[in-house]
Write a protein that binds this ligand. Sequence first.
Ligand code: COA
Length: 326
Amino acid sequence: MNVRITGTGSSLPGKILTNADLEQLVDTSDDWITSRTGIKERRIAAEGEYTSTFAAEAARRAMAMAGVQPDEIDLIILSTVTPDFPFPSTACIVQDILGATNATAFDLSAACSGFIYGLSVAEKYLRSGAARKILVIGSETLSRIVDWQDRNTCVLFGDGAGAVVLEASDGGHSLLSTHTFSNGSFWNLLYQPGSGSRNPASDPRTFDKKLLYITMEGNDVFKHAVRSMEEAAVKALETNSLSPDDISLLIPHQANRRIIDATAKRLGVSSDRMFTNLELYGNTSSASIPIALDEANLQGRLKAGDKALLVAFGGGFTYGSALIEW
Ligand code: COA
């Protein structure tokens, strides 16, 4: 059974927060942020915009490209760490917005690797015949869980969504393989301590101790990210009997320019074959790869027969890769 990507879409908030804007909020500089991360600006959700807002719009665009109607969708998998509500799932809210009345919908939690995990789950549904048309969405409103007084984290993240339509069909771009990995030993190096059952939002101490915000050991995360993304990418190459030279475009999770450069260097993929847009959007967690894939698609960076290697890393730790033949 062929698994194909038949449509891509993305959606970003209109509001731009530049490094110069951040200089007014915390003790930082455009110079520091640019040299340490590569990020110049990020998009921030306005009042009345939520994770479901961007997810639904990205999904609409992907369905329009695929020529698929909402009632043809069998399954909606939405990856997020910033759902509209703890429950119901944001996927169900998106189902309602889209009118995808025949879909089963659920959220998936794998932090910044969530979109790759979503592709992997969707691939299994399609290969087994359990579904024929699936929306996989990565959507985040990280600005709502960022401490805007913490310069270590607030400069890194942004909001937005990306989506793909996956189909068991003959037309479209082939999903050749997906691989997912987890290493729970490091769950506490990158997480949101509050709002779950350990530190409930209903306990005033959760708010007072600032537990509702992203907490991160930046240096440790950096080292693991490079090693893990390399491992996931090598697994994809080995599975498909490919060498790094066969890859036309590397689309890595957009967390930090230095992580991306180090990963590409270890893999032996030259910078002209690497897609980056983090200078414009920062780290949008599970939205970053589908946004980048959509932009690469719309910019004509992928030609028929090209191999695109998607590789992600995130909290958990989670990591993974997907290989697409365009
Ligand atoms: N502006 C100015 N100075 C800052 C700053 C900011 N926005 N953020 C941190 N600093 C300071 C630190 O306080 C520290 O100061 P000190 O030496 O006086 O204590 C100094 O800069 C160096 O901090 P350090 O953490 O060593 O910097 P770094 O080179 O490791 O870069 C990160 C920090 C966060 C950019 C980097 O570790 C990183 O990108 N890690 C991975 C994060 C990530 O991608 N997470 C998501 C993965 S999915």
